[in-house]
Design a protein around this ligand. Structure first.
Ligand code: EPZ
Length: 418
């Protein structure tokens, strides 16, 4: 296990270069299973969840090797469609392999993905979509068994624009002979990055307006190279680091069009933001203003993956903020940890009421999930005294070199691994 030890009170200053997006890398690595030839995935972040996915691909018979931040995968040698219990259970995103395994082999088997600290994370929409493609899905004995090549011609209406279900169904549809249409698909940019990778590998899919995706059938994957898009949540997290410390950071390599909701919220909090090309230049206020109402929604609404970071910022705001978490049912566990640092907040179901305090004080707190853990570290950057964030290995799931990156722009932070 790991912990972060942070001395608060230092305004951050400097530049941070963004890495590739975790939530694009994971489905794209899974999609490599659809291509029986070598692919090169550039700008791939070396995160624990990514390393786990590489392990799963190797367990399925793929060859995979790193060259810096380029990952070479050859699924030509993949032989089995059954995910190993131990490894697949370790990350939720193993469920992303069901679609490509169905598309490639007409069969897929995986342990039921575990819930996590933000909710029970069902996969009913994924499985309902597979069944709509004529796949036989059996959920007995804690495993998911899928059998049958996805049939073309399905028009699948998603009751909720689930990111993972959209990605899984796109990948399964690559194995169908006829076209598949998804209605009400998710609109996150990471899905467009997945589609760009698959189109580059010889498949054919596109959005038809904002509420449909069409995947043409009958294509076969071929060798390709693709660079992962920059991580908008990493960008937002480090922007909050500037905001909460009253610092000045230039975040390089971002795409402002993927950050409009967080940028609007940070300006409301009193940040001065200049955007030049891919550079996001942000200066934090001496003390942030409250956010009267922040509501998380599917993209392009405010991203749930930025909720805990904004929660931390609101704890030291001038007034009272109200945050509504509409995407996951249990994503306020960082609230109780922030209270230990002196935050004044009430958690009422999916709503958090946060009365800003002039200062937080250091404490020993626990990271319950990757974004909540990052939020606690951000609060520690502001708090008076020393903050210790335990279970910091959970932050590694979404941020490469988190402590080193912050130290590089003036944070007094170190990491201890047990
Ligand atoms: C993806 O999770 C991301 N993970 C999450 O990022 C992100 O928070 C989420 O999308 C929303 O943007 C990856 O991409 C690896 P969903 P996913 O399916 O696919 C319910 C992070 O911090 N639902 O859009 O699981 C579900 O319970 C992580 O980087 C069903 O009910 O998100 C949730 O309440 C956390 N049935 C809501 O939909 C289903 O079959 C959103 O889930 C699927 C989902």
């Amino acid at each position: 296990m790991a912990k972060l030890i942070i001395e608060g009170g230092h305004a951050l200053k400097g530049q941070i270069n963004l890495r590739g997006a975790k939530n694009a890398a994971l489905p794209i690595l899974a999609a490599a299973m659809l291509v029986p030839e070598p692919v090169r995935i550039g700008n791939c972040p070396r995160l624990t969840d990514v390393e786990h996915m590489v392990g799963l691909l190797k367990a399925l018979g793929c060859r995979a090797e790193w060259a810096g931040e380029d990952l070479f995968i050859d699924a030509g040698s993949a032989r089995t469609a059954e995910l190993p219990e131990g490894l697949a259970g370790s990350i939720r995103s193993s469920v992303f392999l069901l679609g490509p395994l169905l598309g490639r082999f007409g069969a897929a088997e995986a342990p039921y993905p575990g819930g996590c600290d933000i909710g029970n994370r069902p996969v009913d929409l994924h499985l309902k979509g597979f069944r709509a493609m004529g796949v036989k899905v059996d959920e007995a004995s804690g495993r998911i068994r899928c059998l049958g090549r996805p049939r073309g011609g399905a028009e699948i209406a998603l009751e909720y624009p689930s990111v993972g279900a959209t990605e899984n169904l796109i990948m399964a549809a690559c194995g169908a002979e006829g076209d598949t249409v998804l209605v009400n698909p998710a609109r996150e940019p990471e899905i467009d990055d997945l589609m760009a990778f698959l189109n580059g590998a010889g498949f054919d899919m596109r959005r038809e307006g904002s509420s449909r995706i069409r995947v043409r059938g009958g294509r076969r994957g071929r060798a390709t190279a693709h660079a992962i898009l920059p991580d908008r949540i990493e960008a937002g997290t480090y922007m909050v680091a500037a905001a909460i410390t009253g610092g000045h950071l230039v975040i390089r390599g971002g795409r402002k069009e993927h950050l409009s909701a967080p940028l609007t919220a940070l300006k409301e909090a009193g940040c001065r933001i200049r955007i030049e090309g891919g550079d996001l230049d942000i200066e934090g206020p001496e003390r942030p203003r409250e956010l009267r109402r922040l509501v998380t929604l599917p993209y392009p609404g405010f991203p749930t993956d930025m909720q805990s970071q904004m929660f931390a910022l609101c704890t030291v705001a001038r007034g009272t903020s109200v945050l509504e978490e509409n995407v996951f049912e249990d994503r306020f566990r960082h609230g109780a940890e922030l209270r230990r640092m002196g935050a004044d907040c009430d958690l009422r179901g999916r709503t958090a009421v946060i009365r800003g305090v002039r200062s937080l004080h250091g404490a020993t707190v626990t990271a319950h999930d990757l974004r909540g853990g990052a939020a606690l570290a951000l609060a520690g950057l502001r708090a008076e005294g020393i903050t210790v964030v335990e279970r910091a290995e959970r932050i590694d799931r979404g941020y490469a070199d988190f402590a080193a990156t912050l130290r590089g722009v003036g944070a007094v932070i170190r990491r201890e691994d047990d």
